[in-house]
Design a protein around this ligand. Structure first.
Ligand code: AMP
Length: 576
C-alpha cells in the first residue's frame, strides 16, 4: 500500500503545499525520514540528489516552525546548492511565512548581514561563509534547534570538515536535532555522525533500483518553444519501433499527441483522467502495434504494464532521478539495447546533471538532425520502399494501367514521377520548422571547480568573486530588451532582480509585467528595469527601495488573471 503525505503526519497546510507543487506521493526517502524527524529524532540518510531529500528534511522542520528567531541551519557544499535549497525551503514554507537566507562566498557580506539583522528563520549556507559570519558576530547560532548537513560527503571531500565542526560547536548540542544526508557513507562521515548526532535513525535508499546499463542515453538542448519541432525531427531520423514519450502534464501530453497525430504518426495518449478500461484499450493497441507511439504522464506510467519499447523520449525532463530511471527502464529490457532521449531547455542543464548524479551515468549531448538530414532520410526511405516494391512482381493489372496511360501519350517516366509525387504527399503533413540555436552559457563543472572556489574563498581572492559574479550575471543574448540577463541579481546598481513563476507560455508580455507590477504595488512603471520573459518564468528588476512593496503586493498575486508567485531571484527568500 502506498502512503500519502497526510499519512506521514504532516500538517494539512504542508500537505496542500506539496499537492499544489504536483507531488502525488512521497518518495521513499520522504516516507522513511519524515516520521522520525517529526518525532524529534536525529536522522542519517544515505540519499543522493534527485531522491526528494530536500523536502524530506524541510517539511518536518517547517511543521515545528516558530514565529520568530533563527531556528534552522542547513549546510550545503556549494553556492548553487545553497541557493537551490533556500528556494525549495521558501516554496515549501511560503504559506507558513518562512523567511530564508542563503549565505555563500563571493557575494558581499553587507547585504547578508543586513538581512540577518532583519531576522530570518532559516539560514542555508556554505560552511566557509557561514563560519565567517559566526566569527564576525553577525550570525548567532545559539538558538538553532534544527541542523542539516546536506551532501555531507561532498563537504568533507572539499576539506570543509574543520569549518563544519566549528559551526556545530557554535550550536547547542543538547537541544539540537541533527540530520545528515550523504550519497556515500565513508568512515569520516560515520565519525562525524558518532560525535555530533544523538542515536540517529539510519535510512538508506537502495541504489540497486538503478539499472540503466544497456540504455543509450542522449540529450538535446533546445528552447522550450522549439521542442515540438525538435521531437519531430528526431522522430523522422531515428529507427523507431515503438516509442514511449513522456510529458509533464496531462494537457501537455494531449497537445503533443494531437500535434503528432496531425503529422501522420499513429499515436495516442494515456493520462490520469482516462478511465481504466480506456487505458487498457489504448495499451492493447500499443501492444499489438496498431499504435507505435504513446504519449504518457508519469502517474499513468507507474501502474500499467507497458511492453518493452525501442525508444523512450522525455519530451519534458522528469523532476526526480527515480522517475527518470523508472521512465527509461521501459526500454532496454532483457539485455536488449534501448534508446533514451531527453530534451532539455538551457536552464534545465543543472537539473540534468542532478539526474546524472543520481544514475551515476553521463548522458551524451547530441546535436539535433538538420533539415538536410531529415530530407536525406526521407529520400532514402523512399528509395528503399520503391526498390523493395520493384523487386516484388507487379500484377498484370498494374502493367495494363501503365500501358493504357502510355497509349494516351504519357511517357513511363512521367507516370512514375507523378506517382512518386502522390506517394510522397504525406511528407507535406510534416513541416520542417526552423529551430533556433539555444542560448547556452558555458558550462562549469561544479564538482571539479569546487576546490578552486574553496581556495579562492580562503584567500578572499578577487578571482573567486569574479568567477561567481560572472557566472550569475553574464548578459543574455536572449534578453528581451538587450540589457537584461537571466536570473541572479541585477547587474545594475541599486536594482534587485525578482522572479515570477509565469512567462511566455502563460501569455505574459513585457507590458503585462509593467502594468501588473505597477498597478498592484503602486510603484511607477517607469522605474521597472530589465524584463526577461522565458517560457514559464519571468525575471524583472526593480529598484532596491521598491522591492518590499512589490513582494508585499505580488508575493502571491495575479497577473493577467493568473495566479503567480514573485520571489527574489536570489538573496533572501521571505514572504512579504
Ligand atoms: P531533491 O532530491 O530534493 O533535489 O529533489 C529533486 C526534485 O524532485 C525537486 O525538483 C523536487 O521538487 C522534486 N520532488 C521532491 N519530492 C517529490 C515528490 N514526492 N514527488 C515529485 N517530485 C518531488
Amino acid at each position: 500500500m502506498t502512503v500519502s503525505f497526510a499519512d506521514l503526519g504532516l500538517l494539512p497546510v504542508l500537505v496542500d503545499t506539496v499537492t499544489e507543487l504536483g507531488y502525488v506521493e512521497p518518495t521513499p526517502i520522504q516516507s522513511d525520514a519524515i516520521p522520525p524527524l517529526l518525532a524529534g529524532r536525529d536522522v542519517m540518510g544515505q540519499a543522493q540528489t534527485g531522491t526528494g531529500k530536500t523536502a524530506a528534511f524541510t517539511l518536518p522542520m517547517l511543521q515545528h516552525l516558530e514565529s520568530e528567531g533563527l531556528q534552522t541551519l542547513i549546510l550545503a557544499p556549494t553556492r548553487e546548492l545553497a541557493i537551490q535549497t533556500a528556494e525549495a525551503v521558501y516554496r515549501y514554507g511560503n504559506q507558513l511565512g518562512v523567511r530564508v537566507l542563503p549565505v555563500y562566498g563571493g557575494a558581499p557580506y553587507s547585504r547578508q548581514k543586513r538581512r540577518l539583522e532583519r531576522g530570518v528563520h532559516v539560514v542555508v549556507g556554505t560552511p566557509g561563509r557561514t563560519l565567517d559570519l559566526v566569527k564576525q558576530g553577525a550570525l548567532d547560532l545559539s538558538d538553532v534547534r534544527y541542523v542539516v548537513l546536506d551532501e555531507a560527503d561532498e563537504m568533507l571531500k572539499m576539506g570543509f570538515i574543520d569549518d563544519v565542526e566549528a559551526i556545530l560547536a557554535a550550536t547547542d548540542a543538547d537541544s539540537r536535532q541533527t540530520t545528515l544526508f550523504s550519497a556515500t557513507l565513508p568512515d569520516s562521515i560515520r565519525r562525524l555522525a558518532n560525535t555530533y548526532m544523538h542515536d540517529p535513525v539510519h535510512i538508506a535508499i537502495e541504489a540497486n533500483e538503478i539499472t540503466v546499463e544497456n540504455i543509450n542515453q542522449r540529450y538535446y538542448v533546445v528552447e522550450e518553444r522549439d521542442k515540438v519541432a525538435a521531437i519531430s525531427r528526431l522522430l523522422e531520423v531515428e529507427n523507431l519501433h515503438n516509442t514511449l514519450i513522456f510529458a509533464r502534464t496531462k494537457v501537455g501530453a494531449r497537445e503533443l499527441a494531437e500535434t503528432l497525430l496531425a503529422r501522420g504518426y499513429p499515436v495516442d495518449t494515456i493520462h490520469g483522467d482516462l478511465p481504466q478500461t480506456e487505458r487498457e484499450r489504448i495499451l492493447g493497441r500499443f501492444r499489438r502495434g496498431t499504435l507505435t507511439m504513446l504519449v504518457a504522464t508519469d502517474v499513468v506510467a507507474r501502474g500499467v504494464d507497458i511492453p518493452d519499447v525501442s525508444h523512450v523520449i522525455n519530451f519534458d525532463i522528469p523532476q526526480l532521478g527515480i522517475e527518470y530511471v523508472h521512465r527509461i527502464g521501459r526500454t532496454g529490457r532483457a539485455g536488449r539495447g534501448g534508446d533514451a532521449i531527453t530534451l532539455i531547455t538551457p536552464r534545465q542543464r543543472h537539473h540534468l546533471r542532478q539526474i546524472e548524479d543520481y544514475t551515476r551515468k553521463r548522458m551524451t549531448k547530441c546535436k539535433l538532425p538538420t533539415r538536410e538530414d531529415v530530407l536525406a532520410r526521407r529520400e532514402q526511405d523512399f528509395r528503399d520502399i520503391i526498390t523493395a516494391q520493384i523487386n516484388e512482381d507487379a500484377s498484370d493489372a498494374e502493367y495494363k494501367l501503365l500501358g493504357d496511360l502510355m497509349d494516351l501519350g504519357y511517357r513511363a517516366e512521367w507516370v512514375a514521377a507523378a506517382a512518386i509525387k502522390l506517394l510522397r504527399a504525406n511528407e507535406e503533413q510534416r513541416p520542417l520548422e526552423d529551430i533556433r540555436d539555444p542560448y547556452e552559457r558555458p558550462e562549469r563543472d561544479d564538482r571539479t571547480n569546487r576546490r578552486d572556489r574553496k581556495d579562492n574563498r580562503k584567500s578572499k581572492s578577487r578571482n573567486g568573486h569574479e568567477y561567481d559574479e560572472k557566472s550569475r550575471n553574464g548578459k543574455s543574448r536572449n534578453s528581451s530588451n538587450g540589457k537584461s540577463h537571466k536570473g541572479g541579481n541585477s547587474h545594475e546598481d541599486g536594482m534587485v532582480r525578482l522572479y515570477m513563476d509565469i512567462g511566455r507560455g502563460e501569455g505574459i508580455k513585457p507590458g503585462d509585467v509593467v502594468y501588473g507590477v505597477a498597478s498592484q504595488s503602486g510603484i511607477p512603471g517607469k522605474v521597472i528595469g530589465a524584463i526577461h520573459i522565458q517560457q514559464h518564468e519571468t525575471y524583472f528588476d526593480v529598484p532596491e527601495n521598491h522591492v518590499d512593496s512589490v513582494l508585499r503586493a505580488l508575493g502571491r498575486g495575479k497577473i493577467k488573471g493568473r495566479s503567480m508567485t514573485v520571489v527574489p531571484a536570489e538573496g533572501v527568500f521571505e514572504p512579504a
